[in-house]
Design a binder for this molecule. Structure first.
Ligand code: BES
Ligand code: MN
Ligand code: ZN
Length: 511
């Protein structure tokens, strides 16, 4: 997304659209005054045409058919003061953005509801953040494989937040600008994840994820962000037998990508690891998926993609906390060398795993990366994965599952998800103790698939065997990584789930 954005002091530009929030019941004269328009009658007529009363979700487009002034005003309803909240603001602003997209405008200026709503400083900052964040979220399309799209309207490419007349420039840049920036970084990251997840597997491999990581390092413009890759031979030398087992059927080599963020002012004693499932495509292996279950499996790298782009935002914000992302990247294919049901693999930590189902591959990638994280001194681990179909049965496309071994850390994540506006549903492992032994193997230490119900919970127990005493949380995003239909703010397809929550987590852990 090449969108430019910034701040601007006045509304006298002669093109593009300027968005003004209007409280319910505002007169045409007051609207005209506020927007600096002299022709009150025209404004009144247009408001009448659009039945615009300033209610939440209503909009009114005012065009100037003057030769010189080609700009448009988009009035959008703010409802009444009692309903003022970030949530309401998002609904209001979303309606305005949709009107802008319908008008095919590319330059957009947005006024903040500074005098219309009584806001404290922190509310105002969140509202400023949502201006850029929401624009990115709504104005997303995946059309790189459409041959005709290049000549079409490309959406918003310049987004400006208007500096309120009553606010001094120095106050604006100190108070508001960092949040406009944060919203922009988050939008870029979320849309980059969506691009990776929507991209067909034939256009991707572990090597393209390496290139994506290199792009992230460059774009973050922060020397504290670095990366290294472990290739096949190194993985063999490190004894990552579980991860390597998944790659056996592949014609391309696996890579473990490590992205490190180690700022000078990092909080002492904290090293957070983000371990993301990065399965380029999941055929299921010899326990092949039925055709109806296989067609979405290009999304199986959504966890890793989200963690990679989370690192971009963390580095851009310069958060004072040490974070490392680990992306074990491979596909899960069928071939003469592919792992077979009944095989026994030796994981990096030495535990031996009987493969009872080659389709339970995600956990095999995760556990070796987790062992590698612990070896490097992880104090906290979050793993995120499109791990089980059972997760979709349990929470649909509404909430991700959260599991873990430390209630304080789990709650920190749940709090972060609430700030982020992403839904997590907690499955306390202590309530499902009976499932813990489900992965006992007759011939080795563990089986990789236990069968039976509660697959999302059992998978968490499987991973818990490899985390020891390290504080650990597992997020199963099988349902939320992809939306089968458009929702209030998001188009159909990849969602970019997790980025915002993990950024909020890193922020919480840096104080
Ligand atoms: N990638 C799948 C899980 C998945 C399914 C993600 C649908 C998104 C949508 C995962 O690798 C898988 O195949 N899980 C198996 C595990 C089972 C064999 C224990 C499943 O859930 O069926
Ligand atoms: Mn699978
Ligand atoms: Zn999978």
């Amino acid at each position: 997304m090449a969108r430019k954005y910034g701040i601007c002091g006045n509304v006298s530009e002669k093109s593009g659209a300027t968005l003004f929030g209007i409280p319910e019941g505002t007169s045409a004269r007051a609207c005209a005054d506020m927007a600096g328009v002299t022709d009150v009658t025209a404004v009144a007529l247009l408001m009448k045409r659009d039945k615009f009363e300033g209610k939440v979700g209503q909009t009114c487009v005012i065009e100037f058919l003057d030769d010189e002034d080609k700009s448009k005003l988009v009035l959008f309803g703010l409802g009444n003061k009692e309903g003022a909240s970030l949530k309401t603001w998002k609904k209001c602003l979303a309606a305005a953005y949709k009107a802008v997209l319908k008008e095919k405008e590319s330059v957009v200026r947005v006024g903040l509801p500074l005098t219309e709503w009584d806001l404290n400083e922190s509310d105002l900052q969140k509202i400023a953040q949502s201006v850029t964040q929401l624009a990115g979220r709504i104005d997303y399309r995946f059309d790189r494989h459409k041959t005709v799209s290049r000549h079409e309207y490309r959406g918003i490419d310049e987004l400006l937040v208007l500096q309120p007349e009553t606010m001094r420039s120095s106050v604006f840049s100190k108070l508001i600008k960092p949040y406009v920036d944060k919203g922009d970084y988050l939008a870029r990251a979320v849309n980059a994840v969506r691009d990776m997840v929507n991209e067909p597997a034939s256009h991707m491999s572990a090597a393209t994820v390496v290139r994506e990581a290199e792009m992230v390092i460059k774009a973050a413009e922060n020397p504290a962000l670095t990366m290294r890759c472990y290739g096949k031979q190194q993985l063999i030398d490190m004894n990552m037998g579980a991860f390597l087992g998944v790659n056996k059927g592949s014609t391309t080599e696996p890579v473990l990508i490590q992205v490190d963020y180690n700022p000078r002012n990092a909080k002492k004693g904290v090293h957070l690891f983000l371990v993301g499932k990065t399965v380029i495509f999941d055929t299921g292996g010899h326990n092949m998926k039925l055709s109806g279950n296989m067609d979405k499996m290009k999304i199986d790298m959504a966890g890793g993609a989200a963690m990679l782009h989370t690192m971009y935002v963390i580095a851009r914000l310069g958060l004072p906390v040490r974070v490392t992302a680990l992306l074990p990247a491979t596909d899960n294919m069928i071939g003469p060398d592919a792992m077979m049901p009944g095989d026994v693999l030796t994981s990096m930590c030495g535990k031996k795993i009987e493969i009872t189902n080659t389709d339970a591959e995600g956990r095999l990638c995760l556990i070796d990366a987790i062992t590698h994280a612990i070896a490097q001194g992880a104090t906290h681990i979050v793993d995120m994965a499109t791990l089980t179909g059972a997760m979709i049965m349990a929470c649909g496309h509404t909430a991700a599952g959260i599991f873990g071994n430390d209630n304080e850390f789990i709650n920190t994540l749940i709090d972060a998800s609430k700030v982020a506006g992403e839904q997590l549903h907690h499955f306390p492992l202590e309530e499902f103790e009976e499932m813990r032994p489900a992965h006992k193997s007759e011939i080795s230490d563990l089986v990789n698939s236990a069968g039976g119900g509660g697959g999302h919970i059992k998978a968490a127990f499987f991973i818990s065997e490899f985390v020891g005493n390290t504080k650990w949380v597992h997020l199963d995003i099988a349902g939320v990584a992809y939306s089968p239909k458009p929702t209030e703010f998001d188009p159909k397809g990849a969602t970019g789930f997790g980025v915002t929550t993990l950024v909020e987590l890193a922020e919480a852990m840096s104080t």
